[in-house]
Design a protein around this ligand. Structure first.
Ligand code: NAD
Length: 476
């Protein structure tokens, strides 16, 4: 693998206008040693002290917002989503700084009785010294920090390796972080080799990315014997029941499938609609899809940004071409357009799809909405569950009660009722990744922080220790 500077493509122009400087394994190990040396003082600040520094990080990022936004806009080719991404990160930092002291206090036990007479116990928490984070390209800033912030709040040092596809935001983010005294956080540049070296250098690994790479990281974590939180891909289904309003359901589907050009793990990628409302739903969805504009030629001119990663556009095109060859019909969109060197796709509505098609089985990561009719609820549930993935799902019905009765039958870690893709906006609710969509403790809810704590039980004998005779035949 090449370690020299590597060209980085601009998603709006297609030009290689930036250089990536991958950190080699020795460099990763040195960075890990540097962070480990900072961590004891960071942990010693205590929960409140660290919360103050995290508030300082939030303020520093806000001060550096302009260069950070400019870099992220170039990395991803999108302005409105970048603004939301930065706001979301500022919110995450504020929330963890506020919640961490209470969660950390609750995780400790001062003194409690046990079932054994005379023996009492306490629990002290001990953060993993160094947490590693490996992040994908679809939300570069958010996914670099969404695990890092609770780990810092817990008292860990954090080493992050963002995607090699979107590295421009690293320098302005590090400039903001360097203004916070003693913050044991570093972001390093690199691709697979740097990521693999990172797994070997840390005590806990958080990975967000594809199932394929997730499997490699899981094996490497097992070899290194460190815990891993894996947040992987999805093929999220949406079920539209007969009682639903097809117009409102089409609004939900369009938004959840096409925001960020469908480049989100919790995008709706399969839509199952009750036969009775299939035709009006498809008609409403096509009408809405055709009203969406591309964010071109200037950022801010329209709705959908370009594909961030060139290979992804080709993957989406291949899935669509195969589906059409097998009898699917594209009602609108479906073409990868080259504009100014960038690769774009308009919202795409497809019918005539079957589960044998890659379009219905593989992750698509584009603004594509395959729609399939179902006869009854058992068939809808069976279709939704017929997937290797189990990230999240959605059910739309006339009432929340009706939607919930279906939602509890779905093999997915989070189900939005009468909405879709809410997991992108709500982080309070703990959830599990089902099937190939992930492994390990949830990044959502309190576990987002408590997973970074080891517990040391202190077992206190207040009476007399049991003699050997208590464990031998003589005492019986
Ligand atoms: P990817 O798996 O190709 O890469 C992810 C990261 O892993 C990158 O930083 C890459 O450099 C690194 N990497 C590659 N090989 C490695 C190795 N052998 N060891 C260690 N690190 C290695 O994923 P991507 O294409 O960047 O991102 C898109 C994927 O991410 C999609 O599948 C999407 O669903 C998933 N995703 C999941 C969530 C979630 O929360 N579940 C969120 C966003 C994205």
């Amino acid at each position: 693998m090449s370690r020299g500077p590597l060209p980085v493509r601009n998603p709006r122009t297609g030009a290689a206008d930036h250089l990536l400087h991958p950190l080699d394994p020795e460099g990763v190990a040195a960075e890990a040693r540097r962070l480990r040396a900072l961590q004891p003082a960071w942990a010693a600040l205590g929960a409140e002290g660290r919360a103050l520094r995290l508030h300082a990080l939030k303020e520093s990022i806000a001060r550096h917002r302009a260069p950070l936004a400019a870099a992220l806009e170039t990395d991803t080719g999108r302005r409105a989503v970048t603004a939301l991404e930065i706001d979301s990160v500022l919110g995450i930092i504020g929330r963890w700084a506020g919640r961490a002291p209470g969660l950390l206090a609750a995780a400790e036990v001062a003194d409690a009785a046990t079932a054994m007479p005379g023996v009492r116990y306490g629990i002290r928490i001990d953060p993993y010294p160094l947490v590693g984070v490996i992040a994908p390209w679809n939300f570069p800033l958010l996914l670099a920090l969404t695990d890092a912030i609770p780990a810092l709040a817990a008292g860990c040092a954090v080493l992050v390796k963002p995607s090699e596809v979107t590295p421009r935001f690293i320098a302005p983010l590090m400039a903001a972080a360097s203004e916070v005294e003693g913050l044991p956080l570093a972001l390093v540049e690199g691709g697979a080799e740097t990521g693999a070296a990172l797994v070997d250098a840390v005590d806990f690994i958080c990975f967000t990315g594809s199932v394929e790479t997730g499997r490699k990281v899981a094996k490497a974590a097992a070899r290194a014997f460190v815990p891993a939180s894996l947040e992987l891909g999805g093929k999220d289904p949406m079920i539209v029941l007969e009682s639903a309003d097809p117009e409102a359901a089409a609004d939900i589907a369009l938004s959840a499938s096409c925001r960020a050009t469908g480049q989100a793990c919790q995008s709706i990628e399969r839509i199952y609609v009750a036969e009775a409302i299939f035709a009006p739903f498809v008609e409403a969805l096509v009408r809405r899809a055709e009203a969406v504009t591309l964010d071109w030629p200037e950022m801010g001119d329209g709705d959908l940004g370009p594909f961030i990663f060139e290979a992804q556009a080709h993957k989406v095109a291949r899935q669509l071409a195969e589906a059409v060859a097998e009898g699917a019909r594209i009602h609108t969109g479906g073409v990868v357009e080259t504009l100014g060197g960038g690769l774009w796709m308009r919202p795409t509505v497809v019918t005539g799809v079957r589960h044998g098609m890659a379009l219905m089985r593989e992750e698509t990561f584009g603004p594509v909405m395959p729609v399939m009719p179902f006869r009854d609820v058992p068939e809808a549930v069976a279709l939704a569950n017929d997937s290797a993935f189990g990230l999240s799902a959605a059910v739309v019905a006339a009432t929340l009660e009706e939607a919930e009765a279906v939602a509890v039958q779905l093999e997915a870690g989070a189900v939005s009722l009468n909405d879709a893709a809410l997991t992108a906006l709500v982080s309070d609710a703990e959830k599990s990744a089902f099937k190939a969509s992930g492994l390990g403790p949830s990044r959502m809810g309190a576990s987002g922080l408590t997973r970074f704590l080891r517990r040391r039980a202190l077992l206190r004998q207040t009476g007399r220790a049991l003699p050997l005779a208590a464990f031998s035949g003589r005492g019986r």
